[in-house]
Design a binder for this molecule. Structure first.
Ligand SMILES: CSC[C@H]1O[C@H](OP(=O)(O)O)[C@H](O)[C@@H]1O
Length: 351
């Protein structure tokens, strides 16, 4: 069985295969409690994704891949004659857990394609593929760290949004992986992290990862970002993505579009860091990306305590779309695209 190789960030494992089942670090409990949730079925894993026990586009895809391997094991044992048909129903449950992060659909398609070709017991080959998807993601993150860090001039501040670190991926991170690599190379003096309401990925997750890495950082209210840029404190905004359309439009955590507009206005560079598993050529433009709307209670409450006036309603889109024209650099494990266009993306994906 493939041993997942990480490195200095072994201490943070959002997703792990242990013995014969999936284990997730419960990100709803961080940073004050590190609790792990064992999962033995696709249905339970779909609930965990929907409820954000695990979140972050690549991490969601990896968790779903392991869940598909568990589902194949169960279906083959219970229905050896028509396990593929039974598996398809289980995959659908996973597929519909969250709509925006294309890594989920990408990983499940790879698992289903293999299931369609495997002879006999699918358990081992599907588990091996899930582990390969996990390892490939970690390897991609280290490569993107190198490529993204090379774009950053020494001693600058950078701003990031949401959480794109080890908690959002197989390990190391996408945008936070670039920040880790750039900081290790002495290129970044200071990190500014948006708190990222209403789920607080910045306050609860990114701050936790940066403290563990001893990287100097300040949290800021989402609404303070434009003022930070106006004061000249940052030279780059560095973010991840949940889905990149064929024309280079970028879906990411709500608030990203506002950062991109303000960055362009203030002459701050805007970098998107995402593995090619996040690029979806079947989605032609950002207008075609499904945007998840989550419970209004996430906005009306904090720590399950209501903060909004009684009878108030809330609108809670979890993502927004940044047009490609506002992206200065798209960093993938295959290479960097400056000022992404449909042609440049097609060429990268074909390489
Ligand atoms: C490695 S990119 C992770 C991506 O996912 C986050 O969304 P969520 O926390 O709701 O899963 C956010 O958009 C990040 O950029």
């Amino acid at each position: 069985m493939l041993k997942i190789i990480m490195s200095q960030h072994d201490s943070i494992r959002a997703v792990e295969w242990k013995d014969n089942h999936l284990v997730l670090l419960d990100q709803r409990k961080l940073p004050h409690n590190e609790q792990f949730v064992p999962l033995y079925s696709a249905e339970d894993t779909a609930d965990a994704i929907r409820n954000m026990v695990v979140r972050g586009a690549p991490a969601i895809g990896i968790a779903a891949a392991y869940a598909a391997a568990m589902a194949a094991r169960k279906c083959y044992k219970q229905y050896p004659q028509d396990w593929r048909k039974r598996l398809s129903a289980e995959i659908d449950v996973l597929q519909n857990s969250r709509p925006t992060a294309v890594n989920l659909m990408w990983a499940l398609k790879r698992m289903c394609d293999l299931a369609d070709t495997v002879d006999g017991d699918p358990e081992e080959p599907l588990l091996a593929l899930a582990q390969q998807i996990h390892q490939d993601d970690i390897n991609a993150n280290y490569r993107m760290g190198e490529l993204g860090s090379a774009l950053i001039q020494p001693s600058h501040g950078v701003l990031t949004h949401c959480n794109t670190g080890s908690l959002a991926t197989g390990g190391y991170g996408t945008a936070l992986g670039v920040i880790r690599s750039a900081y290790s190379s002495g290129k970044i003096e200071h990190v500014y992290a948006d708190e990222t309401r209403p789920w607080w990925q910045g306050s609860r997750l990114t701050a936790w990862e940066l403290v563990k890495d001893k990287i100097p950082a300040h949290l800021l209210c989402d609404g303070a970002a434009a003022h930070l840029m106006k004061l000249g404190k940052v030279s780059w905004v560095i973010v991840g993505s949940d889905r990149i359309a064929a024309n280079g439009d970028v879906a990411n955590k709500i608030g990203t579009y506002s950062l991109a507009v303000n960055a362009r206005y203030h002459g701050v560079k805007f970098m998107v860091v995402a593995p090619t598993s996040t690029i979806d050529l079947a989605t032609l433009s950002g207008n075609d990306i499904p945007i998840e709307e989550r419970s209004q209670d996430e906005v009306l409450n904090v720590n399950n305590q209501r903060i909004a006036a009684q009878y108030t309603q809330a609108w809670n889109p979890a993502f927004d779309v940044t047009p490609a024209a506002l992206v200065d650099a798209l960093v993938t494990e295959k290479g960097v695209i400056e000022n992404p266009t449909a042609e440049k993306i097609a060429s990268l994906m074909a390489s």
